[in-house]
Design a protein around this ligand. Structure first.
Ligand code: SF4
Length: 420
């Protein structure tokens, strides 16, 4: 979501004649687009602000947008008095006001809804992978999560607006469409005639666009995985056979305290239905270890669910108390040393699963999307349908955007392959 927000801000600045620079000392405007999901991310923002204020030109405009802006509000000006603006994730479209009145300080952390999507210009040329937000905010209120505070209640964008943005992306270079939302599979929009649109309708309409070859969506909530959506994996070949379906914990007790009220049986049923619909599908998950009150036995249940589902490409984190969340006030917070030991154990196992899956791909041929040259400039990097990076020995001139690639080798982190 932050990548998308950053692209819209860049499009607005480009339309006003700004160019990008890598050098803080050369910049006329510096914007940190921020994430508050973990305490470490917020801390990094304030240490970056300290570095930037020492390096920037004295008259350069300087500010933060996104979830840390919403979390910190006016306190950000107290901590960093040089800041010119602090704009929340639903108010960054107010940035032009500070360009027009650079002498003022601008604070806007309102939860304004969906206006931002219409008020900033579209990018003239889309990246090959276009992120299209279809929904903002979240109603689930997981007890550890700051998102309902920073991004507000869940709002689904009008179907026609989403399709307008998708068609624009497809007409200007997008080959892969990634629909975005904090609770993306809960997308539900009812138009003036009472017609209800779901994520499956967006996928079906997008698949009809010739320029679009791949479709995916993130991030999903288990109980919103409705049958119409599961069926899309059976009927729509452009929908990638890869889904992030966060379980967070394998312990029913921990899930209850997280306010994620689904049973493990229900979750497994959904995974089984997905595998039935698309036998080659792979699932990834997000995990939180060391949630308040998590016992060794709870943690072992998380290891067990990872063994049962055989996740690939997952994200695991130590629980991080966030302001404005219920879990931060819960008793039985877990010591850092215990969290670290559990995370190391889970990560080691998830890495093993990833390596096994990567090795199982050797000898297969897959349709892959060209991402660009690697750091050395001597190889090409493609993305498989499971989002694994695949390194190909070839020159970047005339690299096909979509290519059939035979996988010849693999390790935990990446694949190697050759163009067919
Ligand atoms: S579903 Fe996701 S975004 Fe919503 S509250 Fe839970 S963790 Fe946060």
């Amino acid at each position: 979501m932050n990548v998308y927000d950053g692209q819209r801000i860049a499009a607005m600045l480009t339309a006003r004649g700004y160019e990008s620079t890598e050098q803080v000392a050369d910049a006329d405007i510096i914007i940190l687009n921020t994430c508050a999901v973990r305490a470490k991310a917020t801390d990094k923002v304030f240490s970056a602000l300290g570095r930037i204020r020492a390096e920037k030109k004295p008259d350069a405009l300087f500010g933060i947008v996104g979830c840390v802006a919403r979390e910190s509000g006016a306190d950000a000006f107290r901590r960093v008095p040089e800041l010119n603006f602090v704009l929340g994730p639903q108010s960054y479209h107010k940035l032009p006001a500070i360009l027009e009145n650079p002498e003022t300080k601008l604070l806007n952390i309102d939860l304004g809804g969906l206006e931002k999507f219409d008020e900033l210009p579209q990018m003239e040329k889309s990246p090959v992978i276009a992120y299209i937000p279809i929904q903002e905010g979240c109603n689930h209120c997981c007890t550890y999560c700051i998102v309902p505070y920073t991004r507000g209640r869940e709002l689904s964008r009008p179907f026609n607006d989403v399709m307008r943005d998708t068609e624009h992306a497809a007409n200007t270079g997008a080959v892969e469409i990634c629909f975005l939302g904090q609770n993306v599979n809960g997308y539900k929009y009812t138009d003036a005639d009472g017609t209800v649109y779901r994520l499956s309708d967006l996928i079906a309409a997008t698949a009809k666009l010739d320029a679009v070859k791949r479709i995916r969506f993130t991030s999903s909530y288990p109980t919103e995985m409705t049958d119409d959506l599961i069926d899309m994996f059976r009927t729509e070949p452009k929908l990638l056979p890869f889904l992030n379906l966060p379980i967070q914990s394998g312990s029913p007790d921990v899930l209850t305290r997280m306010n994620r009220p689904y049973s493990l049986n229900l979750y497994i049923d959904i995974v089984d239905k997905l595998k039935h619909a698309r036998p080659d599908i792979q699932i990834s998950s997000d995990f939180i270890v060391g949630f308040p009150g998590e016992t060794d036995a709870d943690f072992e249940q998380t290891m067990k669910i990872a063994q049962r589902v055989k996740y690939i490409n997952s994200y695991s984190f130590k629980y991080s108390p966030r302001p404005h969340t219920a879990a931060a006030l819960m008793p039985n917070q877990i010591p850092e040393s215990v969290k670290s030991a559990r995370l190391a154990k889970l990560d080691a196992y998830l890495n093993e699963l990833q390596r096994d899956f990567n090795l199982s791909c050797v000898g297969k041929t897959m349709p892959c999307l060209y991402e660009g040259p690697d750091k050395t400039g001597r190889h090409l990097v493609y993305r498989t349908p499971y989002m694994q990076p695949c390194i190909v020995d070839a020159k970047s001139d005339n690299a096909p955007i979509m290519a059939e690639i035979e996988i010849t080798d693999a390790n935990k982190a990446s694949l190697r392959g050759k163009l067919k």
